[in-house]
Design a protein. Structure first.
Length: 202
């Protein structure tokens, strides 16, 4: 089967999945050759008994437009995750979850998948009916490996806008997922047969 990358960005009201709630998330499907082939976007109702984090609230107060996009017309999380699962499987390909960095977004998707669908983000090979059949990809680590840059030299402020497909990083989930999908596309299309990358112009 072909492979696809499910490039995902999450927005939330605190740092701990379950203790706090995921407000919204968006995913962009990217083919193994780097083509952008689909999008998913959702706003979720808060989890029952979850709390809000004061520091995260302060961040959102500084970004009112992004917060409005992350909270408008929220849907029940169970419904959202069921639709997300159906969307992922609709491509008839082996999906690979991807994020920048994966350690930030993957725990949120894993928590919500576990709780509302019973299908964790990553499962062992002995599980036949697994949603994601391969380990998650950290796009930040991929960029580090491709460029030789140190981790502290990476991140949106340090990337040429060309790498992000000229998509502004707004903290709206779909905008940021599109930017990261373009970042993945940029490096996927610069891979050489047999390994390595063509030299970067920027």
């Amino acid at each position: 089967m072909p492979h696809i990358y499910i490039v995902t960005d999450c927005e939330f009201d605190g740092p701990i999945p379950g203790v706090h709630s995921m407000l919204s998330f968006a995913s962009v499907a990217v083919s193994e050759t780097g083509k952008l082939i689909g999008e998913f976007e959702a706003v979720l109702q808060p989890l029952e008994d979850a709390t809000r984090d004061a520091q995260t609230d302060a961040f959102w107060q500084a970004h009112p437009q992004a917060y409005a996009a992350a909270t408008e017309n929220p849907q029940p999380p169970a419904d959202v995750m069921a639709r997300f699962t159906a969307w992922v499987t609709s491509f008839k390909a082996e999906p690979i979850f991807a994020a920048h960095p994966v350690t930030l977004d993957a725990p949120w998707i894993d928590h919500y998948l576990r709780h509302f669908t019973g299908r964790p983000l990553f499962q062992g090979e002995w599980i036949a009916d697994r949603l994601f059949r391969h380990p998650p990809l950290c796009i930040l680590s991929m960029v580090a490996g491709a460029t030789g840059r140190s981790p502290w030299q990476l991140g949106i402020p340090n990337y040429p806008s060309e790498w992000m497909g000229e998509v502004p990083h707004t903290h709206r989930a779909i905008d940021d997922a599109r930017g990261y999908a373009n970042l993945l596309h940029f490096f996927l299309t610069r891979r050489e047969p047999g390994g390595g990358y063509r030299p970067l112009l920027s």
